[in-house]
Design a protein around this ligand. Structure first.
Ligand code: FES
Ligand SMILES: [Fe+2]
Length: 350
C-alpha cells in the first residue's frame, strides 16, 4: 500500500513530548521528537549522518542532540554544529528537520516536500483541547498496514460482532448507512442513525441511561490521517431541539489518528471526548478502559488480517456490499492522493 507523503500526520500526543527523546517511524522514516528549550516541538531524522546511530538513543544537551556513539552534535534545525577531533564541520553534515505543528493536543509532522507544509491544512479535532469536554486517550501500535484500519473504522457494522458487550448491539449491523463523498474538501462522511436501539454498556454506564436509546454515528474521515466519529446518544424519542441545541443528548467525539509507520505497521491513536460527567474520574477510567479494550479487539483482528492478506496471491478479489461504500470511497481517495504526488525524494538526498 502506497503512502501519501505530502500530508500532515500525527506523530505523538503533545503530552508525550518533553526533554526526552521519543522515537517514532512514520511513513518508513525513523524520526526523533523532543521539545527545544523554548518548549517548541522538534522532529529530526533519527539517524546520525556519521555511522547512522539512532539519535533517539543519544543525549539531549540544551538545544542540541549529542550522538551517543562518537559525539556528532546537532542543533534543532538538524545542522551539525560539532564533530569530534576536528574544527571543520563537513558541509553535508545535517539530518532532515521535519515541519512540525502542535494542535488539538496532537503533534503533527509533515513528511513530504517541506515547501508544501502549510499548517492551515491540518484537519481539526478541537474537542480534545476544549475545557467543555473531558477526554481520555491512548495509542496502540498495530502490526498491520494502515489501510486495514481505515477499512475497519469506516465500517462500524463490525461493532456488533467484534465488540459485542462493549459498544456493539444488533442494531448497528442492522441499520443501513448513508455515505457522502466531498471530493472538493477531501472528506468522506458515513452516517448511521438508529432511532430505537439497545444501549451498549459503553454508553449505559457512562451516561446512566437505563432504557433504549436514539443512537447516531456520524463519521467524518479526513484522509489520510484523521478520523472523527460524532456520536450522539439520548433516551429513545429524545431528539435535538428545532433550534439545533441539544441539552438532553449525550455527545461523544471519538477521534482516531491513523499514522502509517511502515508498510505493515501503524500507530493507532485514539481519543474519546465527552460533554457529560465532566471531570468524573470513575467515568473517565471506565471509558478509557472500555475503549482501550475495544481498540485492542480491533488490533488483534487486524494483526491477524495482515497475515492473511500478506499471504494472499496478488489480485485475489474481495466481495463488497453496501456497508463497504465508505471504505471503498476512502480507498479511492487515498489512491488518488498518492497518484497525484511527485515521486518521493529519498531522505538521504534531501
Ligand atoms: S554514529 Fe553518530 S557520531 Fe558516529
Ligand atoms: Fe472496532
Amino acid at each position: 500500500m502506497t503512502f501519501v507523503r505530502n500530508q500532515w500526520y500525527v506523530a505523538a500526543y503533545a503530552t508525550e513530548l518533553g526533554r526526552n527523546l521519543l522515537a517514532r517511524t512514520i511513513l518508513g522514516e525513523p524520526i526523533v521528537l523532543f521539545r527545544a528549550n523554548s518548549g517548541r516541538p522538534v522532529a529530526l531524522a533519527d539517524r546520525c549522518v556519521h555511522r547512522h546511530y539512532p539519535l533517539s538513543q543519544s543525549q539531549l544537551v540544551e538545544n542540541t542532540i549529542v550522538c551517543g556513539y562518537h559525539g556528532f552534535t546537532y542543533g534543532t534545525d538538524g545542522r551539525c554544529v560539532a564533530v569530534p577531533g576536528q574544527q571543520r564541520i563537513p558541509r553535508t553534515a545535517r539530518v532532515t528537520c521535519y515541519p512540525v505543528a502542535e494542535l488539538d493536543s496532537f503533534v503533527w509532522v509533515w513528511i513530504g516536500d517541506p515547501d508544501r507544509a502549510d499548517a492551515t491544512l491540518i484537519p481539526r479535532a478541537p474537542w480534545l483541547a476544549d475545557g467543555r469536554y473531558t477526554t481520555v486517550a491512548g495509542m496502540e501500535p498495530l502490526a498491520a498496514r494502515y489501510g486495514l484500519l481505515v477499512d475497519n473504522l469506516l465500517d462500524l457494522s463490525h461493532e456488533t460482532y467484534l465488540h459485542g458487550g462493549y459498544i456493539g448491539t444488533p442494531e448497528v449491523a442492522d441499520t443501513p448507512i448513508t455515505t457522502e463523498v466531498d471530493e472538493e474538501r477531501g472528506i468522506i462522511r458515513v452516517s448511521r442513525r438508529m432511532a430505537d436501539a439497545a444501549c451498549p454498556p459503553f454508553y449505559a454506564q457512562s451516561t446512566g441511561i437505563t432504557g433504549r436509546i436514539v443512537r447516531w454515528q456520524d463519521i467524518e474521515y479526513h484522509p489520510p490521517c484523521l478520523y472523527l466519529l460524532h456520536s450522539r446518544v439520548a433516551p429513545a424519542g429524545v431528539l435535538p431541539s428545532p433550534d439545533g441545541t441539544d441539552p438532553d443528548g449525550f455527545h461523544v467525539e471519538v477521534v482516531y489518528a491513523i499514522t502509517p509507520s511502515t508498510g505493515t505497521s501503524t500507530y493507532d491513536f485514539w481519543a474519546v471526548a465527552r460533554d457529560f460527567a465532566l471531570g468524573d474520574e470513575a467515568v473517565s477510567t471506565f471509558l478509557h478502559d472500555s475503549n482501550r479494550t475495544v481498540v485492542l479487539q480491533d488490533v488483534a483482528a487486524l494483526n491477524t488480517l495482515e497475515q492473511v492478506v500478506a499471504a494472499e496471491p496478488p489480485g485475489l478479489q474481495e466481495l463488497s456490499i453496501n456497508i463497504d461504500t465508505g471504505g471503498l470511497a476512502a480507498r479511492r481517495m487515498l489512491a488518488r492522493m498518492a497518484a497525484g504526488e511527485p515521486a518521493p525524494v529519498p531522505a538521504a538526498a534531501r
